[in-house]
Design a protein around this ligand. Structure first.
Ligand code: PLP
Length: 492
């Protein structure tokens, strides 16, 4: 069963929590009890078998056949490697490459699975309704969600992205999805404004009512949906199994995990893996110049009244890290009154401050750091020169924060860094970092140059993308989203 971080809904089954996406009155679903899963039992398993076991431990109410069907996605050719999440040694840390799926970013690891969970959940609830999936994206979620839900019967998906706030390649990827149930809208404003507008739609009783009258329901493919987080827990277990198999970690020895963080979903999945019994010593939360989380770990104040920067790691250009609410819920001993207070403060004043105990508990569990733009580029260059290994800018943020961490405390624990995107997704920045070619403004030419220079193959997801025909995009202001949805999907 699943409860709300704000204590404002009675416990729900996993089918209900996944179908709803978030608590309609505000708040996020968290498991009532966190199951334990013993990594030793899976040392000989393939990825799908591990994924099945972990998903079953949370979704006992979904038909086993659905879960079995879902995990086939990892081995049926959608990923370009037999191992969907290889652990590659670079220097003395392990890079967990999570970008071998159909869109070349880690979001595929979960978004290839979520459609199965979501359609099974609505069926389980006996609702013969069409699911209208709304997704705000800072770039990578949008394409991965479109790709996951494309042509899935009984669903329509609308992706909202900040107009001008995603890379040309990301935009082109979204606009070339195809499928008979996919829609894309560019919203004036930054990602936070986009995400907040979409959250308001979910919270609108009026729209919900109208949808229901038309045999439709809303759901979300963002990491506010538990069905998104769940498949992400799997790869942290996998990284541990791989490290033991490669003999870089002794069985039962603890490891550290570094996660380049935006909405706090990916690192939250690592946190739950730790709660489930995976031997994790320290979690390291890496931010770019939008370092709202690093500041929080300094002084216990979460403050979004600050400049918003567009960086070379756009998927981390976020000030409102939605899943931090779940983390604070767990860390504060599941105090839903306190969470409600803090997050009301955040939406009314743009900040909240936690008590000293909570801050201490956070610090004992997690370390936070950030990297500026020059450091990110220098890290990409250094790692390429030393190891002929290409980091994308998001992963480079993680690498730099890890180096700072290690230099400051000498912790030699084996460390896994979540590698969240293919370097080719951000070819222009990566090319500028590894060569003196600073002037390649054409992202498509940069792709080819990077491949020629390094001998690395352009992922199928990006090869030939430039020539593909694009679909129409609806451009609007945040307050035009509701009328658009009414017109396109409810009254129409
Ligand atoms: C989404 C994304 C992130 C941030 O992950 P969160 O779960 O939002 O913290 C980091 N890097 C890349 C490449 C991403 O696409």
């Amino acid at each position: 069963m699943f409860i709300s971080t704000r204590g404002n809904i009675e416990p729900q089954t996993s089918a209900q929590a996944i179908a709803l996406g978030m608590v309609p009155q505000g708040g996020l679903f968290v498991p009532c009890e966190v199951p334990t899963v013993d990594w030793r039992q899976y040392i000989d398993s393939d990825y799908a078998a591990l994924a099945l076991a972990i998903m079953k431990s949370y979704c006992g109410d979904l038909p086993e056949g659905t879960l079995e069907q879902a995990v086939k996605a990892y081995h049926d050719g959608r990923f370009d490697t037999d191992n969907p999440a290889p652990l590659v040694m670079v220097g003395n840390c392990g890079l967990l490459e999570l970008w071998h799926g159909p869109t070349a970013a880690f979001k595929d690891m979960a978004l290839q699975i979520l459609p199965y969970l979501l359609t099974a959940s609505t069926k389980e609830l006996g609702e013969d309704k069409e699911v209208l999936i709304l997704t705000a994206t800072s770039g990578d979620t949008g394409k991965a969600a479109l790709e996951g839900f494309k042509d899935v019967a009984g669903t329509k998906i609308v992706v909202f992205y900040p107009d001008g706030g995603v890379s040309p390649v990301q935009e082109k990827q979204m606009l070339t999805t195809g499928g008979n149930n996919t829609y894309v809208a560019a919203v004036k404003g930054n990602f936070d404004e986009c995400q907040t507008a979409v959250k308001h739609i979910f919270a609108s009783e009026e729209l919900r009512q109208k949808l229901s009258e038309n045999q439709k329901v809303f759901s979300s493919a963002n990491s506010i949906n538990w069905g998104r987080l769940l498949p992400q827990i799997v790869y942290y277990y996998w990284s541990y199994l791989e490290a033991v198999r490669q003999r870089v970690v002794a069985p039962d020895a603890k490891i550290n995990i570094v996660v380049p963080t935006g909405n706090f979903g990916n690192i939250l999945a690592a946190f739950y893996a730790q709660k489930m019994g995976l031997p994790i010593a320290n979690l390291i939360c890496a931010s770019n110049k939008n370092k709202v989380l690093t500041d929080f770990f300094e002084d216990g104040i979460y403050e979004i009244n600050r400049p918003f920067y567009l960086t070379t790691s756009p998927s981390m250009d976020i000030l409102i890290s939605s899943n931090f609410e779940r983390y604070l819920f767990e860390i504060s001993g599941r105090d839903s009154k306190q969470i409600t207070q803090w997050f009301n403060d955040l939406s009314t004043t743009g900040k909240f401050q936690v008590d000293a105990d909570t801050l201490n508990n956070c610090r004992n569990n997690m370390t936070a750091g950030w990297a500026d733009e020059a450091e990110v580029l220098a890290t990409i260059r250094k790692v390429y020169n030393e190891y002929q290994y290409l980091l994308d800018p998001h992963t480079a943020v993680g690498m730099k924060v890890y180096e700072d961490y290690k230099n400051s405390n000498g912790d030699n624990t084996f460390t896994v860094i979540a590698s969240t995107a293919s370097p080719f997704k951000f070819a222009k920045s990566v090319l500028a970092a590894v060569t003196d070619d600073q002037d390649e403004h054409d992202p498509w030419a940069a792709l080819i140059k990077l491949s020629t220079l390094t001998g690395w193959k352009i992922p199928d997801a990006l090869e030939g993308l430039r020539e593909k025909p694009t679909m129409d995009v609806y451009r609007c202001k945040p307050d035009e989203i509701a009328p658009y949805l009414m017109h396109m999907f409810i009254e129409g």
